[in-house]
Design a protein around this ligand. Structure first.
Ligand SMILES: [Zn+2]
Length: 203
């Protein structure tokens, strides 16, 4: 089960403030991509990059993301194998937001749709594929809107647990590991086309 998507509206707020800032500073027009084939070519270039291959490819899932025109949709959307971009959404910021959903589905399948894992990857892609200045600006907006982009800090206090609790923990971890292996096997045998709709996330 995925974690609850509880910072979604904060992520939207940060992104909208960032885009408004880009427009004010006349840095936005250069990020527009009007035609779906152009966006597809850009996405393909990202998928073939060393950065993407190092972090977001695995033996289970095909390294493909189809860009759809988002016709009939008000919202943009992104899942493991496709992103949908209605006309208003055709810029590099929203395209990377949606592509980040694909990256999260591949690397952190249990994470919240817009959790800290999402934000870290989004920033990483913005830095590489848009620029350092834009990365810094978006990160500053995330801070302003109290968006988390790193894991919660662990407590340094050592935990005292009894040998019985330790044994129970060990059994639990072993059961979880067996379950993961089974899930991986199942995912590998499933038809990607069928998984596509279930992994699609609303913008
Ligand atoms: Zn989203």
């Amino acid at each position: 089960m995925r974690a609850r998507d509880n910072q979604r509206s904060k992520v939207y707020a940060a992104e909208q403030a960032f885009i408004a800032q880009l427009k004010t500073l006349k840095r936005y027009d250069g990020l527009r991509m009007e035609r779906v084939p152009d966006i597809q070519a850009w996405v393909d270039k990202i998928l073939e990059s060393h950065q993407w291959k190092t972090h977001f490819t695995n033996v289970i899932y095909a390294n493909k993301v189809e860009v759809k025109d988002g016709r009939g949709r008000r919202r943009a959307g992104g899942g493991m194998w496709e992103i949908s971009l209605p006309k208003w959404a055709r810029d590099k910021v929203v395209a990377l937001h949606e592509l980040t959903h694909s990256a999260v589905a591949r690397k952190h399948p249990r994470a919240a749709a817009h959790g800290h894992e999402f934000c870290k990857i989004f920033l990483m892609l913005v830095k590489r594929w848009i620029g350092q200045w834009e990365h810094d600006a978006l990160k500053a907006w995330m801070r302003t809107k109290r968006v988390k982009f790193s894991p919660p800090r662990q407590s340094n206090r050592p935990r005292r647990i009894s040998p019985a609790q330790q044994a129970a923990l060990k059994r639990g971890r072993a059961a979880l590991a067996r379950k993961r292996v089974l899930q991986k096997r199942m995912a590998a045998s499933e038809d990607p086309g069928r998984l596509e709709s279930s992994s699609s996330t609303e913008y």
